[in-house]
Design a protein around this ligand. Structure first.
Ligand code: SDX
Length: 393
């Protein structure tokens, strides 16, 4: 619990916690949620069932799943007064800015689920956050494009509800294609949790002070926004578009290798996976299915992505550095094909990861040995010295 290792520049944090939720083997490219491999969950399960697994530790019975899905479905609306929050932002605000603000403000509207010492309130906060995140993300999108908000419907599944809230307009109902809904649900599942990544560690650290769950999840959203973390899916698609054609790939490969060039190949590399990211394999298959359905299998961005993946993974430098496509490499292509702007890619990641943040938050709060987080440092500054008057400096 927070053992301080002897300082090693290559190891920049203390061992922070024990957890039973997610296991990653970076060398084998293995990702397990409560013991179940991610590729099986992505193929055979669906997001709300994975939410139940992450939150409660076991796959639900049919009755447990029905009850859980009903509780989530019946919490998807947000307090009507919260609509004013969206209108306080500039139209061109990034949807992540809106999400950080609105989620952080939820404690002002749902103060009957902010007492983290009360197990019932923790449960209600968990359900509310999982249920309302798609509504908030969709409203952030609608506000950014000047369209009216679309209310959630109880007769739609989680992914279909989100797509409809994003793409329906009063003049024309959006009919969700089951292939797109399945692909959306799979993206949610693939992003649900990932052990002690930067944003999850942020949520744990914020929660260790006793802050309310909504403020802690807002802190996680803020951390996820960065291009090295959850912002990579937006940065990756923008990079693929900038490359534009396969004949320009060598130029970008050379830049990624150039020590003096800060450019990095977005969607490549990982803090833990030093072989391949199992989520990227599933995402690649999903990208093919979606683009086939939409008849854009010749999508130039996808062609550049496939050729870039081939060239980079056969390149000595990337092999030596163990740089392979990660979860963000293909997700942007799918979301772009669905009609989302790049600014919505990270909000969708945040929507998915909320269950992971909440599961880790609950685990931490129920650990009696857990204390306030206090990462240590190695001080390398000036030694003790007395104050010097300004005239003597
Ligand atoms: C996510 O932690 C998680 O679990 C995160 C995540 C999750 O689900 O929560 O998996 C989601 O954040 C995935 C990562 C998304 N980010 C990107 O795709 C941005 C591009 N990737 C890089 O910024 C980078 O790979 C990181 C931030 C992901 C990891 O950085 P590290 O830990 O510094 O990578 P490394 O130690 O493996 O790097 C080894 C070498 C370094 O060079 P040297 O110092 O040895 O000379 O490879 C270089 C790095 O500079 N390198 C890259 C590179 N990534 C690392 N060079 C070119 N392009 C890249 N993408």
């Amino acid at each position: 619990q927070g053992d301080v290792f002897t300082y090693d520049p290559g190891f920049t944090s203390t061992a922070s916690c024990e957890s039973t939720i997610t296991f990653i083997d970076g060398d084998k490219g293995e990702l397990l949620h409560r013991g179940y491999p991610i590729d099986q969950l992505a193929e055979k399960s669906h997001f709300l069932e994975v939410c139940y697994l992450l939150l409660y530790g076991e796959l639900p019975t049919a009755a447990q799943l029905e009850d859980f899905e009903s509780r989530v479905t019946n919490h998807t609306m947000i307090h009507e007064q919260m609509h004013n929050f969206f209108r306080g932002f500039r139209r061109d605000a990034h949807p992540m800015a809106t999400m950080v603000g609105v989620v952080g403000a939820m404690s002002a509207f749902y103060h009957d689920s902010t007492d983290i010492a009360d197990p019932w309130q923790r449960e209600v906060a968990s359900i509310r956050l999982i249920a309302k995140m798609p509504t908030i993300a969709a409203m952030a999108y609608k506000y950014s494009i000047g369209q009216p908000f679309v209310y959630p419907r109880n007769d739609l599944d989680y992914a279909s509800n989100f797509l409809r809230m994003c793409f329906s307009v009063p003049a024309e109902e959006y009919h969700v294609d089951p292939v797109l809904s399945r692909a959306m649900d799979r993206i949610f599942t693939l992003h649900a949790d990932h052990e002690q990544n930067a944003s999850t560690s942020t949520v744990r650290l914020a929660s260790s002070s006793g802050a309310n769950p909504f403020a802690c999840i807002a802190a996680g959203i803020a951390c996820l926004w960065g291009p090295a973390h959850g912002g990579a899916n937006q940065a990756c698609l923008e990079m693929l578009r900038e490359i534009g054609t396969v004949d320009r790939i060598p130029e970008y490969i050379a830049r990624a290798k150039d020590k003096d060039d800060p450019f990095r190949l977005m969607g490549f590399g990982h803090r833990v996976y030093k072989n391949f990211d199992p989520r990227a394999k599933v995402m690649k298959k999903s990208a093919d299915e979606v683009l086939d359905l939409l008849g854009i299998e010749n999508n130039p961005t996808l062609q550049v992505a496939k050729e870039l993946e081939k060239v980079a993974t056969e390149d000595e430098y990337f092999i030596e550095k163990k740089l392979y496509p990660n979860v963000d490499f293909y997700s942007g292509i799918i979301l772009d094909a669905m009609g989302f702007p790049t600014s919505m890619f990270t909000p969708i990641f945040a929507l998915s990861r909320t269950v992971g943040w909440i599961s880790q938050w609950k685990e931490m709060l129920t650990d009696p040995t857990q204390r306030i987080g206090r990462p240590r440092q190695l001080y390398t500054g000036a030694p003790y010295r007395d104050y010097v008057e300004v005239e003597d400096r």
